[in-house]
Design a protein around this ligand. Sequence first.
Ligand SMILES: Nc1ncnc2c1ncn2[C@@H]1O[C@H](COP(=O)(O)OP(=O)(O)OP(=O)(O)O)[C@@H](O)[C@H]1O
Length: 317
Amino acid sequence: MEQLQPSAANQAARDAKYVEIVNLVKAYPNPLGDPIKVVDGYNLTIKKGDLISVIGHSGCGKSTVLMMLAGLNPITSGDVLVEGEVIEGPGPDRSVVFQAPCLLPWMTSFQNVMLGVKRCYPHGTKQERKEIVEYYLNLVGLSDSMHKYPREMSGGMQQRVGIARAIALRPKLLLLDEPFGRLDSLTRMDLQDTILGILDKERITTMLITHDVDEAVYMADRVCMMTNGPRAKVGQVLDVPFERPRKRQEILASDLFYDLRGSLVDFLAKNEKEKPGDKPKVVEPQEDVFESPSVTNETFKQKDTELQLFAAMPAHA
Ligand SMILES: Nc1ncnc2c1ncn2[C@@H]1O[C@H](COP(=O)(O)OP(=O)(O)OP(=O)(O)O)[C@@H](O)[C@H]1O
């Protein structure tokens, strides 16, 4: 076996824990203002360049975890480290794609992507920034629609702009919160393959939240299955050993795909009994929760806050 040089070994060790999520806790106030731990002790390590999909029953806390990673939802306790650095708020090293594309309607796709590029590359020349925008719009298959406004594009095309905008920032961590959730199944498959094609080229470390077991397996290197909330955490992590680039037909024809899919379905079925909403559950306030005063000012759902990220984003050093 080939012997790794010490520096290469160190690099490999660093890459193995490129993103570390350590004992992450999120508490929201219940209607009486008492803190309820929705996520409690979430631990996960993501290798550089890996795509990890996160699956779990509705309301278990998937988006809550993703928003904490994005820095858009304050962490009650615990840490998120990207390349060894603890994250504090949003930053240009992380970008997010939500279910809704959240494009500015008065801007073309080019201008929408340029919005983030300008903030992240303030020292680049106008020509360099233009080339970055064009490159990424081309990568998502929109070279012919660079000067179209959102109203002139389909939902799938708008989502492509959102993906180009996120990837053009060259983030260390790409966060995808059900990015295909509003699309028809053909557009969905098309876009899944577009993202996989881009990640094969760029190897961006990615977390994908999805409700779709097939998508979770097809897209990911590992699938993280979350337990039900409150106090949700990582229940099980499943390795998906298919090589990249992946060919959908080959994967769908393999027995392994159905075995992996079966493991996910079993996990979700076991958790089904405890699904919130199945039976009324009295959730007692939890005394040991770390105080988080900003929590009461948060909006209930934060899925449409992509633009906050750009507004709050400091430039690349
Ligand atoms: N700002 C908030 N204040 C209070 N409770 C919240 C807030 N945001 C989310 N919650 C609650 O936290 C829990 C987890 O919500 P979250 O949206 O993270 O779940 P999810 O797994 O992403 O759900 P879905 O799959 O349906 O999108 C839910 O019970 C939700 O009602």
